[in-house]
Design a protein. Structure first.
Length: 126
């Protein structure tokens, strides 16, 4: 560029305020995003006061929340499988008792029920 040329640039700034002296100053958007992502990376106000953003970066927070959600989903799936196994065991036991002629309520043996299951439902018995 020769002397006297003018360069026009557009920069988007985010206004921050120094926590020590209260001076407002601008930070370019991409720099601010980097500072937010790499917390607690320090930066300085125009008067030289050190600053940094608090808390955990959003990506780390989202990763943590995703891990928690996956753990919950895994626990729910394991619980469902366990409940299905228990139900299957209960149904097998109830069928076995019915085939043997036992009443599901009073646990008494009825020879007629045992004969009926053996004759009419032999394909389902055992």
């Amino acid at each position: 560029m020769s002397r006297g040329d003018t360069l026009i640039a557009t920069v988007q700034l985010i206004i921050e305020t120094c926590c020590a002296c209260g001076t407002p100053f601008g930070i370019e958007t991409s720099l601010r995003n980097r500072l937010l992502e790499k917390r607690p990376l320090p930066f300085y106000c125009p008067n030289g006061h050190g600053q940094h953003y608090l808390g955990e970066p959003e990506s780390a927070r989202l990763q943590r929340e995703l891990g928690i959600a996956q753990e919950c989903a895994n626990a729910e799936a394991e619980g469902r499988v366990k409940a299905e196994r228990m139900l299957d065991a209960h149904l097998k036991s109830a069928r076995r008792r019915a085939v043997a002629g036992l009443c599901p309520y009073c646990h008494r043996h009825f020879l007629g029920l045992e004969r009926h299951v053996a004759k009419k439902h032999s394909d389902k018995a055992g």
